[in-house]
Design a protein around this ligand. Sequence first.
Ligand code: MLT
Length: 267
Amino acid sequence: MIHSISIITQRGHTLSIKAAGSAGPVVMLIHGFPLDHRMWLKQILPLAERFRVLVPELRGFGGSTVDADYSMVDLAEDIEQVRVHLASREQIHLVGLSMGGYVCFEYWRAFGPQLKSLVFANTKPSIDDEPTQQRRLAMAEQVLITGTWAAVAPMMERLIPASAFGTQIETDMQHMMQSASPQAVAAAQRAMANRLDFVPLLKTIKTPTLVITGQYDVIAPPEPTRAWSEQIPNAQFVELTGSGHMTTLEVPEDFNRVLLEFLNSQS
Ligand code: MLT
């Protein structure tokens, strides 16, 4: 069974968290943009057989209240609040997909000793090039005028491969993307445009790390992802065959098998 919990974080924000599992180490799952806890629905119950699973929703997404201006550092502090309030201050396994991965890098920088392990899925440590940064800032303005769907719909073809169009995966993605508020989309794009470059820090990551991406991911393609994962001293890299960016939805059985093998080897 999946429970809903809320906590109040710094600056009075309400953070919505889904929780499952009653025993074992804590695994926290951090969603991508512009999504919410539903992108982890195929992971939560399988993981909950051996782990306590916590799925916080980032500011403005799912049931969490909107904040018009924040940084990746603030999101890492929210994760720490969840650990303090709901994980008895234990060390955690932290798993992030795409934007969730950017949050994991910041969490590692600020709270590294609290980590048992790190899992980076379909993400990257580098900052945006100039055109990408400009596109993010343009979307942050446009979405407040046009509303969410008009602004984010063009992203779909980069998030899922052509073979997933017309399937339940596209429908699930649409539902999540449509339910994000324009303010949440704008604030997240600004925070991502201003994130820190973690490439120079990769060689200093001592936490056991798993890096996953999809064969057809155009946002975090396999070869550059393998290359940066090799800079982390204690990292494994896995490419999931047949998947694009949304590995948790597109190939959930393979994703879960790889994730559980890694987490079991660390627990
Ligand atoms: C995501 O899936 O979280 C986004 O594609 C991340 C990004 O825009 O860089």
